[in-house]
Design a protein around this ligand. Structure first.
Ligand code: ZN
Length: 73
């Protein structure tokens, strides 16, 4: 049976807001990337590849699971 687990980190900001952070993965090495937020837009940096990844290329947890399923077929 196929099961997708999604972990969500909750970051409590000092204003009392709760920010939900999804995990993102590098399309090249499939490692978790660092999310850098600046001026309302997000950038993604892979510490393994040492490069920035565009938001179009970035993989979400869901994308990663789909890719695994495709590989199994
Ligand atoms: Zn990478």
């Amino acid at each position: 049976m196929y099961h997708v687990s999604v972990e969500i980190k909750r970051i409590y900001l000092n204003k009392g807001e709760v920010k939900l952070m999804k995990k993102y993965y590098c399309p090249t090495c499939k490692k978790e990337v660092e999310v850098l937020e600046a001026c309302g837009s997000s950038s993604y940096f892979c510490n393994n590849c040492k490069k920035l990844i565009s938001s179009k290329a970035i993989l979400e947890e869901q994308d990663l699971e789909e890719e695994k399923v495709q590989n199994e077929e």
